[in-house]
Design a protein around this ligand. Structure first.
Ligand SMILES: [Zn+2]
Length: 195
């Protein structure tokens, strides 16, 4: 396989990038100064080598615990549970949430072979039962699988002695938290309801 075919094939594996876009990107890279492509390559290698999940919350970070877990100003009595680490920046951008996070690493999706054991639910239960937590906010996406995941997590926390709440509706149904605007997230957080 030629170097061009190789890059086109790798880029095609990325979400939302079809073969046509992959070809366009490849030829774009070939036209630009080599130094720019070298920086892109170095940035890709750096995220692979440096970024790891935080041992406490699962956030993707270069330091463990991550900056959020290590921040003494964060309210450690509230944990916001999200599907992916990429949901955290969306909530952080609002500047309204001061608690900690817990990344599940996905959502229950039996048809895709994702079961409870594939998600960081047991770790969440351990964090909560270790004490000091009074509320867990389930911020899984408002899709069928996100709802099913929220119900499952709630069930697992039933005897943990904490309030379990769910983000209010208002997030676009079927939309991803990651792409929701700040005002919508702030409203969904403020109007969260106990499950
Ligand atoms: Zn963390």
């Amino acid at each position: 396989m030629s170097a061009i075919d190789d890059l086109v094939s790798e880029l095609s594996r990325l979400p939302t990038i079809g073969r046509k876009s992959a070809l366009r990107l490849t030829y774009h890279l070939l036209r630009q100064p080599g130094e720019q492509s070298r920086r892109l390559a170095a940035a890709l290698i750096a995220i692979v080598e440096k970024v790891k999940p935080c041992a406490e919350c699962g956030n993707l970070t270069e330091a463990s615990p991550c900056a959020l877990c290590a921040d003494p100003r964060r309210d450690r009595s509230i944990i916001c549970v999200v599907e992916e680490a990429s949901d955290i920046p969306a909530i952080e951008r609002t500047g309204e949430y001061r608690g900690l996070y817990h990344v599940l690493g996905g959502r229950l999706a039996p048809l895709d072979g994702v079961g409870p054991e594939d998600l960081a639910v047991a770790q969440l239960v351990r964090r909560v039962t270790a004490g000091g937590v009074r509320e867990v906010i389930l911020a899984t996406n408002p899709k069928l699988e996100g709802e099913a995941t929220a119900l499952y997590v709630q069930e697992q926390l039933r005897d943990a002695g904490v309030t379990v709440s769910r983000l209010a509706r208002g997030l676009p149904i079927g939309g991803d938290l990651e792409y929701a605007d700040g005002v919508t997230i702030v409203q969904a957080l403020a109007a969260r309801r106990a499950m």
